[in-house]
Write a protein that binds this ligand. Sequence first.
Ligand code: CTP
Length: 213
Amino acid sequence: MRILVTAGPTREAIDAVRFLSNKSTGRMGYALAEAAVAAGHDVVLVSGPVALTPPDGLLEFVPVVSAADMADAVKRRAPDCGMVIMCAAVADYTPAHPVDRKMKKSDGNLTLELKRTEDILKTLGQNKPAGQILIGFAAETDDLEQYARSKLAAKNLDWIAANDVSRPDRGFAAGTNAVALFAADGRRFDIPLQSKDAVARRMLGILLPPSGR
Ligand code: CTP
């Protein structure tokens, strides 16, 4: 099966040398891509800026910087994929008026106007080809199952992988993770705390239909 995985943060330019980003290291997405390659799949990895080396054996590696770049790269490739896993921590907002030179400071405060980025996963859900398995991630600090299930429904997903990011041993920038997987048909699987590589293998075992394993 052809599997598209996104990973890492995005960077949203404020000016020529400054950006808004987040704590994502890309480790969970890279672990998913590596596990999918090891299971014999054709894997496309679309990655924001991270300090990791892409796994060997990818069909394609697509480095991107901003949420808009990621949206272009993903929307172009997703229609040909049997599974899409949106693991990237895509910025929800981007500076409305990026400056192409380095801004000079002044004595007063600075207010940045931010505008919404495209919700890539929502767009994919609205245009999902028959048979494609679409998976999102949810990072939550409270009411994990309720928020995760509402994202699953709102974005027309088949699965959502939810992280409790209020705990330091899982989610953003941790070496380990624990994930609750919620399916559109109501099933729930809990993958207990372990290395992100091991979580990735367990996730794929659950997400892939028996014929696609
Ligand atoms: N995502 C996306 N495009 C965006 C933002 C997020 O595709 N512009 C994807 C992420 O890759 C992830 C999922 O959407 O799979 C996260 O859902 P989201 O509703 O954005 O979660 P939060 O950013 O945590 O939103 P909220 O503040 O509403 O909880």
